[in-house]
Design a protein around this ligand. Structure first.
Ligand code: TRH
Length: 356
């Protein structure tokens, strides 16, 4: 067990919003869980409150400091405090302010410091997770904490209120689809593929599609607060998700899904997708594996011809099996310790009581 300098352990989480909602989405989810389930005193330092207010309506993006659902939220540019934390979580290598880092040296003991990395299913995660990264000048060590799908990784954020209740697959001729993707997603081809399998796909769009997909007839839905996001996902049959956090939540929802992984110019996203497919498809029969892989690749990297539609048609024909698989996969995820539990165990290992 780690001993903490503060009676209620204090955690400072630093977050810079690089793009979209995912950076703050992950930090907010973890911050709330540490407060709600582990009674920690959490401060979340964020550089841009506007995307934050999109997923948490109680955040006022004009305030330099505010407390929302038990988390102290501070605006990065107005944050000049010295470190008084037991843990410092730096999200996605965002570099806390230099003066803050210098003040960490004066803490007795220095805080447990991790760089919370991006989630990946790639094999390098197991050998990178937990590695130390000594500070080049100061007597401080930061550790890599890499979320992932294996026992050796940092795991996935999963709050205890998410129920592990069993879900049942149901036969259906119409599929209600939640679409939270990047603009390039081939929604029209997906709809045509399902139609060719005599399945009607109705879309609820959480983000605008562009190009040929604008002719889709779909309902556009405003963002729901993050704390309602899981319940919201649970009301759909097929989940089209993206980024990191919605990707995990779709898996925890136990619904058939396609991951519109964030595209990068070097095409590293295809490797990321394939690494996840290797894990996700492991329990499927060979034919379903082939169908799901082809559809996943067509969704992220469409050829723009009839082969995309065919890949989605085949997916629709195996929809029931996909439902069962999603439930099995979800059960596996629930059987693993979640990210917060692993973070606590890691802190205990790095800073055991008798070494303080
Ligand atoms: O917004 P994203 O595209 O974020 C991504 C990821 O962070 C990715 O790693 C990064 O490289 C890229 O941006 C630049 O997708 P993501 O991660 O799914 O985050 C969306 C967040 O928004 C998530 O926390 C869920 C939340 N959300 C709601 O709370 N309500 C909603 O209605 C919707 C649609 C999303």
């Amino acid at each position: 067990m780690t001993s903490y300098a503060n009676a209620i352990p204090r955690v400072d989480i630093f977050c810079r919003v690089i793009d979209n909602l995912g950076d703050v989405g992950v930090c907010w989810r973890l911050a709330r869980q540490l407060v709600d389930e582990f009674d920690m005193d959490v401060q979340l330092i964020v550089d841009n409150l506007s995307p934050f207010a999109t997923i948490e309506p109680d955040v006022d993006n004009t305030l330099a400091a505010q407390s929302v659902h038990g988390v102290n939220i501070r605006r990065w540019n107005d944050f000049h405090d010295a470190c008084r934390a037991d843990w410092v979580i730096e999200a996605f290598a965002c570099d806390p302010p230099p003066a803050y880092v210098e003040s960490m040296v004066k803490c007795a003991p220095p805080p447990f410091w991790v760089n919370l990395e991006y989630l990946s299913a790639e094999p390098w995660v197991d050998s990178t997770h937990g590695l130390p990264s000594p500070h080049p000048k100061l007597p401080l060590t930061k550790y890599f904490f890499v979320p992932g799908f294996t026992e050796k990784s940092g795991g996935l954020i999963r709050e205890s209120w998410l129920e592990a209740k069993p879900l049942k697959a149901k036969a259906q001729s119409s599929v209600n689809c939640f679409a939270f993707t990047y603009p390039q997603a081939p929604a029209m081809a997906l709809m045509l593929g399902f139609a060719q399998a005599n399945s009607v796909l109705s879309f609820a769009l959480a983000a605008p599609f562009q190009g040929p997909n604008t002719s889709l007839s779909a309902v556009t839905i405003p963002p729901v607060p993050q704390r309602e996001f899981d319940t919201h996902l649970g009301t759909f049959d097929l989940l089209l998700v993206r980024g990191e956090d919605s990707f995990v939540r779709a898996q925890l929802a136990g619904k058939p899904m396609l991951w519109h992984v964030y595209p990068t110019d070097d095409r590293a996203h295809i490797k990321k997708l394939e690494a996840w497919l290797d894990r996700y498809c492991a329990g499927m029969d060979d034919a379903l594996t082939h169908v799901y892989r082809q559809a996943s690749l067509a969704f992220v990297d469409p050829r723009g011809d009839d082969s995309d539609i065919e890949a989605f048609r085949l997916l629709a024909t195996r929809f029931r099996d996909l439902q069962s698989h999603a439930v099995d996969w979800r059960r596996n995820l629930f059987a693993m310790p979640d990210l917060a539990m692993r973070l606590i165990a890691f802190a205990d290992r790095i800073r055991p009581r008798d070494e303080d």
